[in-house]
Design a protein around this ligand. Structure first.
Ligand code: OOG
Ligand code: MG
Length: 260
């Protein structure tokens, strides 16, 4: 349990920014935070939410595609938490008024049948997975103009804000995830196209990376958890009235509408 008075001041700034829907200055403008210090801030942020009624339903990998790394200017994958409060059921709108400057991105998601610990390989990650499905993640950096460095974005729980998991699914060995074609559209207009291999060469590598990193950080992936592999293509800004759709070969489609 983490009490409010024990929070690092930078974590308090991020919690308030999210709650008050207001962008804030970077907390690590000079890049002084080490990676482990940044994760310690993220863990405080998440633990504070959990102590106040939220729940961790899974973990996410971010910045696993070249498209995302180049756009955001951070060239390494990052780990974040998926909170129950962020999950929007398929078919329900995402309310932009609850967010600062939301962007939507296409993802491949997993649900785990077994936990994963140690120096996990892609093959082990695949064997531990129950189902694979499409997802749309809504990211909403708490930082001014969506601009941040490595330490900032880790502390900010990797911009996590909302996520929609698709109901269509396949089993892990039903398809070669590298070859899954993807078309991403906004309001009926194609924004990007990609294949699963955009994600670290193979989405199973993203799951294995996440499993290893989560284990090193003392929070190993557990059976039943949901996982986001990281966006295949750039996120798009969304406003009330917009509709975003991701269509995958074999995996199926998912769309989400945005409301006030
Ligand atoms: C950081 C989060 C990145 C992904 O899928 O690459 C991410 C950001 O772009 O704000 O979730
Ligand atoms: Mg993402």
């Amino acid at each position: 349990m983490i009490a409010g008075q024990d929070l690092d001041a930078r974590v308090r700034i991020l919690l308030d920014a999210a709650d008050q829907r207001r962008e804030v200055e970077r907390i690590d403008p000079d890049g002084a935070l080490t990676e482990n210090e940044a994760y310690a801030l993220q863990f405080q942020y998440v633990d504070y939410r959990v102590a106040n009624g939220d729940r961790v339903v899974g973990l996410k990998t971010g910045l696993t595609s070249k498209a995302k790394q180049q756009t955001m200017g951070v060239l390494q994958p990052i780990l974040g938490h998926v909170l129950a409060s962020s999950v929007v059921p398929e078919g329900e709108p995402v309310h932009c008024g609850e967010l600062i400057h939301p962007r939507a991105e296409p993802e491949i998601a997993f649900v785990l049948e077994h936990g994963l610990e140690g120096p996990v390989t892609a093959a082990q990650a695949c064997r531990a997975t129950a189902l694979v499905f499409p997802a749309i993640e809504i990211i909403d950096s708490r930082f001014l103009n969506f601009r941040f460095g490595f330490g900032d974005v880790i502390a900010d729980n990797t911009s996590a804000a909302r996520v929609i998991f698709g109901s269509a699914s396949i089993r892990p060995t039903d398809a070669d995830l590298r070859l899954l074609g993807m078309v991403y559209s906004k309001n009926g207009e194609v924004q990007s196209t990609a294949a699963g291999a955009a994600v670290l060469g193979n989405p199973w590598e993203a799951l294995a990376w996440l499993a290893r990193r989560a284990w090193e950080l003392g929070r190993p992936l557990q059976a039943g958890q949901m996982v986001l592999a990281g966006a295949l293509a750039d996120a798009v800004f969304v406003n009330p009235g917009d509709n975003v759709r991701v269509e995958f070969d074999r995996l199926g489609s998912l769309s989400v509408t945005f409301a006030e």
